[in-house]
Write a protein that binds this ligand. Structure first.
Ligand code: NAI
Length: 605
C-alpha cells in the first residue's frame, strides 16, 4: 500500500465527538498522530440535558491508544470557546470537523419557531462560530482542512425535517463559498452527507434494525480522514458516505432553452416546458459558478430574433450540435501538403509540417482547425438533416462567405476533439440570407483549443423576417505597397489532394456536378486557399513558427481554379496584426479579401 496518511503535528477540533460519527472521526485522527480537541455538550439526540462524560470518555480512549487529546464541554453555539480550548492546549488549529448535531423533527404545520431556531443554532450558527474563529488562524498559516456534516435531508428534503433540512442544505452552501474564499490560502472545505446507525439514527427509527450492523459509524471516518489530510486537494465537494459506499454529488443543468424576451409569456414557458426541463446527453455539469455563467452568457449571445420559412429562430437560437473528431500526424502532414507546404522537399523550412521524425519539433498548421467546421457542414449535407435544428437554409445553394478561426493554443501533433456548434446569427440580406455558425473546440479533456466562425451566404434565399445587419468594410488593404508578398502555384489536381483531408464536396471533383451548378469546371476549395494564406503569413512574419499564429479572418471574393498561382499580399499594421488579401495571379482576380491575421507575442502555453 502507498504511504500511510498521518496527522502528526496537526491539531484537530471535532465537535460532537462524544458519540457516533464525531467519536469515530476523533479516534481515527487521534490514532494517526493528530492532537484532538474532543468537543461534546453531552446532550440527548434532541438537544436536552448536558454532561461532560461523553467527551471525557473519548479523550480517555485516545490517550489509552497513546494519542493526545483534550476535552471541551461547550456548546458549538459558543464555538469560539472551543477554539480557545484548542489554542490553550495545542497553540493552533489545522483541522475542523463541524459534526455536532441534534434533531427536533415534526411536520411543518406543527413546527414551532423555537424548534426551527434551535436546529439552525446548533447546526448552522454552531458551524459558523467555530469556522469564524479558526478562519484567521488557517489563513495566517496558509493551511486548513474543514469538513461540514450535511445530510441527505439537506439534499432531497425529508418529511418532518423542514428545520433540519434547511440547516443541512445551508451548510452545503456555506462550505462551497468557504472553499472559494479559502482556495488561495490552502484551506480546503468539503461536506459529507453520512449514513450511519448512530444513536441519533437508531432513535429516529430511520433504518430497519437489521441494517444497523451494516452501517457502522467507523465506516464514515476514513473518507473524513482523507478530506482532512494534507494530500487531499479537493475543495467544495459534497460526498455521500456510509456502509462502505463512497460517492460524490454535483449539480446538473438541463440543456435548457432561451425564449426571446420580446415574446416571453407564461404560455411560452408552458409550451417549452418539456425542453426546459429535459435531462439528456446534452445536460451540463459545471464545476463552479464561473463556468456556469460563462456558458450562460455564451448561450445569451445566440439571437432569437425573427425567423422565416428557412430559419425557425426560436428553435435555431437554442440549438446546439455536438461532434467529435480526431486527427494524428498523418492527417496533419496530408493537410500541410494539400495547402502547398514543403513543395520542395529539399527546402527545410516547411519539412516540420510533414515529417513526424521531427519529434517535438513537428508542427501542425493552425489553419487545419477549419477541417472540423467543414465536417459539421458536410455531415449535415450528407444526412439531409439541417446543420442545426431549426436552420433549414438549402445547403446546395450555400457559398462559404467568410471564415474566422481563432487558436487558443498551438495544435498538438494528434488529438481527440470535441466540437460544440451554435448559431451566432441569421441575417437578412434582401434577396439572400446569411448564417454565421460558431464552433468551439476543446480536446478530449475539455481544454479549449480553437474557435471557428463559418459564414454561409445563400444567394436567392430571401432573408425577410431575419435580423438586418449592415455590412462593414473591415480589414481594408492600405493604399501602399505591401510589406511582404509570397506566391505559390497550385497544381491542376490540387483539389483532388485537398479533398482527402475530408472536404469531399463533389463541387470540387465532379465535372458534371459542377456543370449542373453552373460552373465551367470543378474549382478549388475556398478553405484550401485559406490554408495557403495562413502559411504565407507564418513564413513572412512568424519566422516559420506556426505556434505564433493566433487568428485569421478573410472573405471569399471569387473562386480559385486549380492551377492558379496564389499570391498573398501582406501589410503589417502592428507587431501582432497583419492585413492580408490574395490574388489569383494569371487571371488577376482577388480571391480572398478583407483579411487579417493576428499573432501571439510569444508562443502560448
Ligand atoms: P449522535 O447523536 O450520535 O452524535 C451527536 C453528538 O453531538 C452527541 O454526542 C451530542 O452530545 C453532540 N452535540 C449535540 N449538540 C451539541 C452542541 N450544541 N454542542 C456540542 N455538542 C453537541 O449523532 P450522529 O449521527 O453521530 O450525528 C453526527 C452528525 O451527523 C450530526 O450533525 C448529524 O445531523 C449528522 N448526520 C448523521 C447521519 C447519520 O446517519 N448518523 C445522517 C446525516 C447527518
Amino acid at each position: 500500500m502507498s504511504e500511510e496518511i498521518r496527522f502528526d503535528g496537526k491539531v484537530a477540533i471535532v465537535t460532537g465527538a462524544g458519540n457516533g460519527l464525531g467519536r469515530a472521526h476523533a479516534l481515527l485522527l487521534g490514532s494517526r498522530g493528530a492532537k484532538v480537541v474532543v468537543n461534546d455538550l453531552g446532550v440527548s439526540t434532541d438537544g436536552r440535558g448536558s454532561s461532560s462524560a461523553a467527551a471525557d470518555a473519548v479523550v480517555a480512549e485516545i490517550r489509552a491508544m497513546g494519542g493526545e487529546a483534550v476535552a471541551d464541554h461547550h456548546s458549538v453555539t459558543e464555538g469560539e470557546k472551543i477554539v480557545a480550548t484548542a489554542l490553550e492546549a495545542f497553540g493552533t488549529v489545522d483541522i475542523l470537523i463541524n459534526n455536532a448535531g441534534i434533531l427536533r423533527d415534526t411536520s411543518f404545520h406543527k413546527m414551532t419557531e423555537e424548534q426551527w431556531d434551535l436546529i439552525q443554532d446548533v447546526h448552522v450558527k454552531g458551524a459558523f462560530r467555530l469556522t469564524h474563529a479558526v478562519w484567521p488562524i488557517m489563513r495566517d498559516k496558509g493551511y486548513g482542512r474543514i469538513v461540514m456534516t450535511a445530510s441527505g435531508a439537506g439534499i432531497f428534503g425529508n418529511f418532518g425535517q423542514c428545520n433540519y433540512s434547511t440547516a443541512k442544505s445551508g451548510l452545503i452552501g456555506f462550505a462551497n463559498s468557504l472553499a472559494i474564499e479559502g482556495a488561495s490560502k490552502n484551506i480546503r472545505v468539503n461536506t459529507i452527507a453520512p449514513i450511519a446507525a448512530s444513536r441519533m439514527v437508531i432513535a429516529s427509527g430511520l433504518f430497519p434494525e437489521e441494517l444497523h450492523d451494516k452501517l457502522k459509524v467507523e465506516d464514515v471516518a476514513p473518507l473524513v480522514g482523507w478530506l482532512c489530510s494534507e494530500q487531499c486537494q479537493d475543495s467544495g465537494g459534497l460526498f455521500e458516505v456510509g456502509g462502505g459506499f463512497h460517492a460524490k454529488y454535483r449539480w446538473e443543468r438541463s440543456q435548457g432553452r432561451f425564449l426571446h424576451s420580446n415574446t416571453l409569456s407564461p404560455e411560452l414557458v408552458r409550451d417549452n416546458w418539456e425542453r426546459i426541463t429535459r435531462f439528456d446527453e446534452h445536460s451540463v455539469y459545471h464545476a463552479n459558478g464561473g463556468e456556469s455563467f460563462k456558458e450562460f452568457f455564451a448561450r445569451m449571445e445566440s439571437p432569437a430574433k425573427g425567423g422565416n420559412a428557412f430559419v425557425d429562430m426560436e428553435v435555431a437560437a437554442n440549438a446546439v450540435s455536438y461532434l467529435e473528431t480526431e486527427y494524428d500526424q498523418n492527417d496533419a502532414a496530408l493537410y500541410a501538403l494539400a495547402v502547398g507546404a514543403a513543395k520542395d522537399p529539399l527546402d527545410r523550412t516547411e519539412l516540420l509540417y510533414v515529417n513526424e521524425f521531427a519529434g517535438d519539433d513537428f508542427r501542425v498548421l493552425p489553419t487545419m482547425a477549419v477541417l472540423p467546421a467543414t465536417e459539421v457542414f458536410l455531415r449535415a449535407a450528407k444526412s439531409g438533416e439541417p446543420q442545426l435544428e431549426g436552420l433549414n437554409l438549402p445547403f446546395a445553394k450555400g457559398l462559404h462567405g467568410e471564415q474566422y478561426t481563432v487558436m487558443y493554443r498551438p495544435l498538438p501533433p494528434k488529438a481527440k476533439l470535441k466540437h460544440t456548434m451554435r448559431l451566432k446569427a441569421a441575417i437578412d440580406k434582401g434577396k439572400s440570407s446569411v448564417s454565421i455558425l460558431a464552433i468551439e473546440t476543446t480536446d478530449e479533456h475539455g481544454t479549449p483549443l480553437f474557435y471557428n466562425e463559418v459564414t454561409g451566404f445563400y444567394p436567392g434565399v430571401p432573408g425577410a423576417g431575419l435580423e438586418r445587419v449592415a455590412s462593414e468594410e473591415i480589414n481594408v488593404a492600405p493604399d501602399r505597397a505591401p510589406d511582404a508578398v509570397l506566391a505559390d502555384a497550385t497544381e491542376v489536381n490540387q483539389a483532388l489532394l485537398y479533398r482527402l483531408c475530408g472536404d469531399w464536396n463533389p463541387m470540387h471533383v465532379d465535372p458534371d456536378y459542377a456543370a449542373k451548378a453552373g460552373y465551367e469546371k470543378p474549382f478549388l476549395h475556398g478553405l484550401c486557399t485559406f490554408g495557403y494564406l495562413g502559411r504565407h503569413v507564418i513564413k513572412a512574419f512568424c519566422d516559420n513558427d506556426s505556434r505564433l499564429f493566433k487568428s485569421v479572418r478573410a472573405r471569399f471574393a471569387s473562386i480559385v481554379m486549380p492551377g492558379d498561382t496564389l499570391e498573398t499580399r501582406m501589410w503589417r499594421e502592428s507587431a501582432t496584426r497583419i492585413i492580408v488579401e490574395m490574388r489569383a495571379v494569371e487571371r488577376d482576380v482577388l480571391v480572398l479579401k478583407n483579411g487579417a491575421v493576428e499573432l501571439f507575442e510569444s508562443v502560448p502555453a
